[in-house]
Design a protein around this ligand. Structure first.
Ligand code: ZN
Length: 421
């Protein structure tokens, strides 16, 4: 049985995978099979994406709806931040479980285990393995099997920036790949996503974020090359979870629903909106479910809305009616270019009207063509090098591809193992 190394460069949109921005990753394409039409999940945001990569399932089946999620509260719902390190515990308290389906960490526990080293939000790290079958390394707290807390000798505490991504990569190559040698090793970098949220797309900041991720990937590829030269069999995958577009406008959708008389008050639990950047999810208390159509009609009439999906229509997005989740919507967008010539502008759904980051920076979460277009390349394990797959592939196809390579059952996954040639 070989082993698997997966590197995710958070937020790296596919059209920025170019030789001038990331030479190591583009050179890797010559030694790999590239997936030209790889697609994000909905919402195109990191936390639910981490759960979809870990389980091979749509949010409808793993049960983590997005970056923000409604949980039952009194006779209705309250929105919680999935990024919060306490969220896993809140979800378990609400439903008596975390994810509904097994993760790769659980499936691989008897076969050499998994180590996930993540430098994004705590929630995005913990949903790779919320019930502690493997090792999750994160600056907010690292855990081993059974939920044992790892101390500083066992797991590094890095910063949430370029230096942190580099320090985590260094530790990942030296300790995880060379010494611990788990069956699955995942490195999830905060860049270029962090850089893209902090400045204009196409700016020097964005390009520095890409360069940082490219150097980290290069270090992993070099380590894998050395291990293969020593006789190891390794499947090496690199990709991203979503892209980003430029923020054109911010709308506090919940406040608009209060103004329209469809939600009682800003803090009421009858109808809540879980903002997902370029999208949103609406949870309705049981007594409100008859007003679903009215809420959807109001949304569809707004200039800041993209598409609205009610009830079972959410199946098109990989979501479904579940624990109050009744309506999903994407925000309006255009293909317009920013001052750096980068196409794609989105309106984003926010919690309130308080001033936040200025318009013009990057964000994501909706159905925009660039936010939902991550990249993926696979090398080794029978994948034909220097070839391109043009069929549509999804984040949920990564887990079954890993399971096929390891010759393990793929029961209970929504995705398909990817074509090798
Ligand atoms: Zn992001």
């Amino acid at each position: 049985m070989g082993r698997v190394v997966l590197v995710i460069c958070d937020g790296h949109r596919a059209d920025f995978v170019r030789h001038d921005t990331c030479p190591r990753i583009t050179d890797f394409a010559h030694r790999s099979r590239s997936f030209a039409n790889h697609r994000a999940i909905f919402p195109s945001a990191t936390r639910a994406s981490a759960a979809s990569i870990a389980t091979g399932c749509w949010p409808a089946n793993h049960g983590l709806h997005g970056n923000m999620m409604g949980l039952p509260d009194a006779d209705g719902f309250r929105v919680h931040d999935v990024g919060d390190p306490a969220f896993v515990g809140k979800m378990r308290a609400a439903f008596g479980r975390t994810l509904r389906v097994p993760t790769l960490a659980e499936r691989l526990a008897p076969y050499g285990g998994a180590v996930i080293a993540s430098n994004v939000s705590p929630g995005a790290a913990y949903f790779h393995d919320p019930d502690h079958f493997g090792h999750v390394i994160h600056r907010a707290g690292s855990f081993g099997p059974g939920g044992r807390r790892l101390d500083k000798d066992e797991a590094p505490v890095v910063t949430h920036d370029y230096a942190g991504d580099e320090a985590l990569t260094d530790w990942f190559c030296k300790i995880v790949l060379r010494e611990r040698q788990p069956r699955l090793a995942v490195l999830w970098l905060s860049n270029p996503d962090a850089a893209m949220h902090a400045d204009h797309l196409g700016s020097g900041t964005h390009l520095d974020g890409i360069a940082c991720a490219d150097r980290s990937f290069g270090q992993v590829e070099d380590t894998v090359a050395q291990l293969r030269a020593e006789g190891e069999e390794i499947l090496l995958m690199v990709g991203s979870d979503h892209g980003q577009e430029t923020v054109a406008e911010r709308v506090a959708v919940a406040a608009r629903l209060v103004d329209a008389g469809l939600k009682e008050a800003p803090e009421s639990t009858d109808l809540v909106v879980a903002p997902q950047g370029g999208a949103g999810l609406i949870y309705l208390a049981p007594h409100m479910s008859a007003r679903k159509g009215e809420v959807a009609s109001f949304l569809r009439a707004q200039p800041w809305i993209g598409q609205v999906f009610v009830g079972d229509e959410m199946g098109h997005l990989g979501q479904r009616p579940d624990n109050g989740l009744s309506i999903a919507f994407s925000m309006a967008r255009t293909d317009e270019r920013n001052s750096y010539g980068v196409p794609g502008h989105i309106t984003i759904c926010v919690s309130d009207e308080k001033p936040g980051k200025p318009e013009g920076f990057g964000s994501h979460g909706g159905l925009g063509s660039f936010e939902r277009h991550p990249f993926l390349m696979i090398n080794g394990g029978g994948f034909a090098s220097e070839t391109v797959e043009h069929g549509e592939t999804r984040l949920i196809d990564i887990a079954p591809t890993i399971l096929r390579y390891l010759d393990l059952p793929r029961t209970g996954v929504d995705g398909l193992a990817l074509p090798q040639n």
